[in-house]
Each structure stands twice: as structure tokens, then as C-alpha cells.
Design a protein around this ligand. Structure first.
Ligand code: GAR
Length: 201
């Protein structure tokens, strides 16, 4: 077997971490060309952080509690990702903006997963169930998952992949949210693998 260098992925999470779990599981499948090299969470009690520790992935809690100064927090995040030789940063349910140091270090190498079809239903305040509520209120017939590059604003970076799901009559925020999350779980590992093999979608 030739030795194959794998893309080293750093994942940032805030709460549940189901996208982290799916990316990690996909990294263990034969043929995967990436590995989860680091997990960072702003929430010391997040399930994502616990999952990382259970799976012996280098994991750190970095937040306004550990670093009250935003610039020092940004630097700690950047330095942690660099220490673990991260090639690609994935924000997956990370409810914070990344600072300029981290963005500057990883230009065009930070992707985010968003639970709607951007540019619809993005921006400040558009996260989690707020997004699905907005989709239902707008009467949209389709929603889905978006993977996009991260810039300095919320949800405005270049879209690199989307997967649609239908919005069905009678859908609630919870039901639609589950359907979209399943789409995220299919799309995100696929996009990471494509980036790893040099075929960015
Ligand atoms: C996901 O649906 C993700 O798209 C969303 O939070 C959820 C995190 O789930 N992110 C946003 O809304 C950011 N705008 P997870 O923690 O189980 O991966």
C-alpha cells in the first residue's frame, strides 16, 4: 500500500456536533483522503467536544471564557489549528464569527455548512431552527444544505455545493430541520473528500 498523505481537517463546533460525527465517520472509511486532526468548541459542555475526546481527536475549548480578549481568542484558534497542521477548516454548527487572524491564515480554506439554500435565509440571526422557520414562513417549496467558503460576514462567501430537499405540506420546523440535517450529513463529507482529492466541486 503506498503511503497517502491525508488532508488534515479542523472542525469547529458549538453544540451537538452531528456534522463533525459524520465527517469523522467518513474519514474512517477506506479510501477517505482526509482525517479529523483537531476539534475546537466555544462551548465546554458541547456534545461535539465530548465526541472528539471519546475518539481521541485533539480537542480544545476556546471561547470568551478562556480568552476574554477577542484578538487573543482569534490567535489561540489560529495557533491551535496550525499546531495540528490543519489544511482545511470546517465550521459545522459553530455559532461564532472567526476572527481576522484565523481567516487570514486559512484564506479559501475555511468552509461552513448552512441549513438552507443560500443566498436565501442566511445572515446574522439565521441559524438552526430560525432558518427552517423562515423557510416555512416564506412558503418555499425547496430547502436544503449549502457548503460555502467563509469570509468576514455571516453566510456571504462563495457557495461551493448545495443539496436540495423538498419542503412538504404539513412540515414543522423539527421535521424540515431533520430532513435538511440529513442532507448536510450527506453533502459535507462528500465535499471534504472532493477537496481532499483536489476536485473542489
Ligand atoms: C446544522 O444544521 C448547521 O447547518 C447549523 O447548525 C446545525 C448544527 O448541527 N448551522 C447554522 O445554522 C449556522 N448558520 P450539528 O451541531 O449537529 O452539526
Amino acid at each position: 500500500m503506498p503511503f497517502v498523505l491525508k488532508l488534515r481537517v479542523g472542525v469547529l463546533v458549538s453544540h451537538n456536533g452531528s456534522n463533525l460525527r459524520e465527517v469523522h465517520r467518513a474519514s474512517l472509511v477506506p479510501g477517505a483522503r482526509f482525517e479529523v486532526a483537531a476539534v475546537i468548541s466555544n462551548n465546554s459542555g458541547s456534545r461535539g467536544l465530548a465526541y472528539a475526546r471519546e475518539n481521541r481527536i485533539p480537542a480544545r475549548h476556546l471561547s470568551g471564557r478562556t480568552h476574554p480578549d477577542p484578538d487573543e481568542l482569534d490567535e489561540a484558534i489560529r495557533a491551535t489549528l496550525m499546531q495540528e497542521s490543519v489544511d482545511l477548516v470546517v465550521t459545522a454548527g459553530y455559532m461564532r464569527k472567526l476572527g481576522p487572524r484565523t481567516r487570514g491564515q486559512f484564506v479559501s480554506r475555511i468552509i461552513n455548512v448552512h441549513p438552507a439554500l443560500l443566498p436565501r435565509h442566511g445572515g446574522s440571526g439565521m441559524f438552526g431552527e430560525h432558518v427552517h422557520r423562515a423557510v416555512l414562513a416564506a412558503g418555499d417549496r425547496v430547502s436544503g444544505a449549502t457548503i460555502h467558503l467563509v469570509d468576514g460576514e455571516y453566510d456571504t462567501g462563495e457557495v461551493i455545493a448545495q443539496l436540495e430537499v423538498p419542503v412538504l405540506p404539513g412540515d414543522t420546523v423539527e421535521v424540515l430541520g431533520r430532513r435538511v440535517l440529513e442532507a448536510e450529513h450527506r453533502l459535507l463529507p462528500m465535499v471534504v473528500q472532493q477537496i481532499a482529492i483536489g476536485q473542489r466541486p
